[in-house]
Each structure stands twice: as C-alpha cells, then as structure tokens.
Design a binder for this molecule. Structure first.
Ligand code: ADP
Ligand code: MG
Length: 256
C-alpha cells in the first residue's frame, strides 16, 4: 500500500512544488512507483511534470467531485517516470462546489483507497493556503513534508500549519503526522541561514531531515522546460540533493 505525503506550507514560494516534482522524480529513479497529485489550481506541479494542464481531459477536479476515479483521471509522464493526477483552472472552483457536499474534506482520501495499491508513494502538492483543497490533502495523508527556507520568520510561519495539522489529527485523520521539515534554497554562506538551521535542529530534532536542498539555479530553470530538475539536469547540485532526499524518504517509510 502506498504511503501518502502532503507537501505543505501555507506560505507561497517556499519550494513546495519544486520539492514535490523533484522528490517524485527522485523516487521514480530509485525504482518506486509514484503518483503525484497537484492540488494547487495554478497547476505548476502538473506543468513541471511535462503535462500540459490546458490539454487535460480529466483532472483532480473530477476526482474531488466524484465524476472520475484516480485510475481514469491520471496520466503517465513518460519523461519523469511517474503518474500525474493533474490540476487545471477549474480546480479553483472546486473549493466553492465542495462546500455544499457531504464529507467534503475526505473526497481525496476515499478516491485514494482504490488507487493506493498501485503505488509505493503518493505525493500531494498543496496550494499556499489552509483551504478545503489542502484539507483534502491532509485528510488523505499519512504524513506532511514541510519545505522551508531558513529565514527569520520561518519558525513563526510554522505555528499556523502545526495547529492545523493538530486539528486535522484530532478530528479527521488520526494517522497524520509531520514527517519532517526540509530545509530548501539553502545558502551556507549566509550566516542567518546557518543560525536558523541550527535553531530548527534544536527545536525539532529528528523531525528535521538530514538532507539539505541548496539554492541552485538549475532547479529554478527546469520548470520552463516542463521538467523537474532531477530529470532536466541530474548532475546539478540541487538535483543530487533531491535524489539524496528521495533515498532518505525510502528509509523513513521503512519505519512507518
Ligand atoms: P511554492 O510551490 O511553495 O510556491 P516553488 O517550488 O514554486 O514554491 O518555488 C518558488 C520559486 O523558487 C520557483 O521559482 C522555484 O523555481 C524556485 N526554487 C525552488 N527551490 C529552489 C532551489 N532549491 N534553488 C533555486 N530556486 C528554487
Ligand atoms: Mg506551488
């Protein structure tokens, strides 16, 4: 059965999508069967996996509204080596449409129950908000991966997310845990980043992943080619770090 992880942080631009597609590609490279679900109406993870969101016949929207199963709505990204349940523009409307529906926060979880045996990992790229879409992700997940930059307000921003996760844990999904904090866009030459990194380790101990993702321009360039960095330029420093992170995740789930 697949382990399901949300990549979440309510801040935008912190590396959620970059982490989702590169971890997916990294896991695929080490032989794992991966489904990537794009829960962000912007569809960046879809496009960044070589899937054109404007040409999707079915998407995660159809799955949330129960007009399609995951098996029907997913597509395979040949170049990236994983399946994609994509997001298109209509996903923005799902938020409103779901309001009127019963058990609206568990739609994705139910859909995944049928698909989980086909994968080792399901990775869910969440939008930068604690919305009904993110809630669907959190309800469906075994754990949350939180990418964060080592900046001054990093710890402060975590509080809202941690509180939301606690509430989901208490009321909706007893399994949900924070798997770990992933330091991304790291620049060791910046003293403040080193300090915040140390703070993170002393506050959160083993919840901080060993792997650190460096700031690396190849990771930022890759999406314009519709590819994760790991596929676009496997030898780049950032890509090697995400590959290492994939291996760390494979180890982590052995103890889950
Ligand atoms: P989010 O999904 O949280 O909004 P993104 O993954 O889209 O964040 O990242 C925000 C921006 O930072 C993007 O332009 C992305 O290419 C860039 N970026 C992400 N990670 C790195 C990195 N390690 N090095 C350099 N640029 C990065
Ligand atoms: Mg994103």
């Amino acid at each position: 059965m697949a382990k399901v992880f949300c990549i979440a942080n309510q801040k935008g631009g912190v590396g959620k999508t970059t982490t989702t597609v590169n971890l997916a590609a990294g896991l695929a490279k080490v032989g794992q069967r991966v489904l990537m679900i794009d829960l962000d109406p912007q569809g960046n993870a879809t496009m960044g996996s070589g899937v054109d969101k404007r040409k999707l016949e079915m998407s995660v929207y159809d799955v949330l509204l129960e007009s399609a199963s995951i098996a029907e709505a997913k597509v395979h990204s040949e170049k990236c080596g994983y399946d994609v349940l994509g997001a298109s523009r209509d996903l923005a409307g799902a938020e409103v449409e779901l309001v009127a529906i019963e058990r609206r926060e568990t739609r994705l979880k139910l859909a995944l129950a049928d698909a989980a045996s086909s994968y080792d990992f399901v990775l869910i790229d969440c939008p930068p908000s604690l919305s009904m879409l993110t809630l669907n992700g959190l309800c469906a997940a075994n754990g949350v991966i939180v990418p964060m930059q080592c900046e001054y307000f990093a710890l402060e921003g975590l509080t809202d997310l941690v509180n939301t996760i606690k509430q989901v844990h208490a009321n909706l999904n007893k399994e949900l845990v924070v798997i770990g904090l992933l330091r991304v866009m790291f620049d060791p030459r910046i003293t403040l980043q080193q300090q915040v990194s140390e703070q993170l380790k002393s506050h959160f101990a083993e919840k901080v992943f060993n792997t650190v993702i460096p700031r690396n321009v190849r990771l930022a360039e890759a999406p314009s080619y519709g590819l994760p960095g790991v596929v676009f330029d496997p030898a780049a420093r950032g890509s090697l770090a995400y590959l290492q992170f994939a291996e760390e995740m494979v180890q982590r789930i052995k103890s889950m």
